[in-house]
Design a protein around this ligand. Structure first.
Ligand SMILES: [Fe+2]
Length: 389
């Protein structure tokens, strides 16, 4: 089922030279370290990179809520957007260095790209969100005046760590976190157009006929839209912890790597629960868990909740689940298990990853790592069917 074979070359304790030698001994290319916010999980390398995409394999993975890599799908489109990508990387670097996003987006080339279709009304910082840098509020203008209100671009850090400069620009509307976004298709589409105006390289995904053809087959619909868009700039030592992106009314997420590389652990929720239960229930892992969770209460809670599939499923969705969060994000042996069972991916510029997100039970969970010593850029768009508005 897996389109790409990733090898766990060496544990995090290995130096670059040791990992490189181990990879070379297996005939593999230079390995990359999965490391995020000071925690290294191991060295990986790709063994097999397919050049063709088999439709039945994509469909099978989508039905099973598994992530699926479409290698090089949009690679040919990168060249025509080279300048846009360069500008976006510069924008992210300026924001990371402390410049106000509203100042930067209020001048060339962004002002010219957004006006007169979008008017920047206000810029503010949500005091309840410590990771936010700035929210920019826009309205969309048409011939008859305002056609969509309270659209926003939210610029945020991906973590609180000083040495993780990862950023994201998220485009949506209304009350963040409370809005039933899919119920307001019109504003979803205007927020998507705002993203396309500020980051024209969005077209690498949104206008790709190959991706549209794949999604038409998967969703059985001719009329699709890319909404709830996020443009990521994952920086060294950054990325995203294990999570899902389920949103009612959306079918899944398409992710395109357009600069730099990212490493991924991704699998269906049911599969992830199998792996968690298999790992925690294995008596051979007692020492590993003692080292990971020195507090016996944390180990007891992990064992108890993992023994019951319903408890585990609920626990995964909670914010306050530290023992489980430690296992998922900070345990090299668990990372190794996932990679060895086909849940690892390595994305290069032009690669697209499909992440089905149908429901809380049928979705691909995923964890992302920056693999380079410089920030990359990626596009992450939700996919939905177009309905009559
Ligand atoms: Fe995600």
């Amino acid at each position: 089922m897996h389109s790409q074979r990733i090898v766990y070359v060496a544990g995090p304790e290995a130096h670059r030279e040791q990992a490189g030698s181990a990879a070379a001994a297996q005939g593999l290319a230079e390995p990359a370290l999965l490391q995020r916010r000071g925690t290294a999980l191991g060295w990986i390398a790709a063994r097999h990179r397919p050049t063709t995409i088999r439709a039945e394999a994509v469909a099978r993975a989508w039905r099973a809520s598994q992530a699926f890599l479409l290698p090089g799908l949009v690679q040919a489109r990168l060249a025509e957007h080279r300048q846009h990508i360069h500008q976006a990387l510069h924008l992210a670097a300026q924001v990371a260095a402390g410049d106000d996003p509203s100042e930067l987006l209020g001048r060339f080339p962004y002002r010219e790209r957004t006006e007169p279709r979008f008017e920047l009304l206000a810029a503010f910082q949500d005091e309840g969100d410590d990771q936010e840098i700035e929210t920019l509020e826009y309205e969309a203008l048409g011939g008859a005046g305002v056609v969509a209100e309270n659209l926003w671009c939210k610029v945020s850090w991906l973590s609180f760590e000083e040495d993780d400069a990862s950023l994201r620009f998220r485009f949506s509307f209304g009350l963040a976190g409370y809005q039933d976004v899919a119920a307001d298709l019109r504003r979803e589409l205007y927020a998507a157009r705002l993203c396309e105006a500020i980051f024209p390289e969005s077209a690498i995904l949104s206008r790709d006929p190959g991706l549209q053809a794949v999604l038409r087959i998967l969703l059985g619909s001719e009329r699709l839209a890319y909404v709830e868009r996020i443009v990521y700039f994952n920086a060294p030592n950054g990325g995203a912890q294990f999570h899902q992106d389920v949103e009612r009314g959306h079918e899944g997420v398409v992710f395109a790597q357009i600069h730099g590389r990212t490493g991924w652990l991704a699998c269906a929720k049911a599969r992830l629960m199998d792996e968690i239960q298999g790992f925690v229930g294995n008596p051979g892992h007692t020492e590993i868990l003692q080292e990971l969770l020195p507090d016996p209460c944390g180990r007891e809670e992990l064992a108890r909740r993992c023994a019951d599939r319903l408890l585990l499923s609920d626990w995964l969705e909670q914010n306050d689940n530290e023992p489980l969060e430690m296992l998922l994000n900070r345990c090299p042996a668990f990372c190794r298990r996932l990679v060895e069972r086909g849940c690892g991916h390595l994305l290069e510029p032009g690669d697209v990853l499909l992440l089905p997100q149908k429901s809380l039970d049928q979705c691909a969970w995923h964890s992302v790592f920056c693999l380079d010593d410089y920030p990359g850029e990626s596009l992450s768009f939700a996919v939905r069917e177009l309905t009559a508005d």
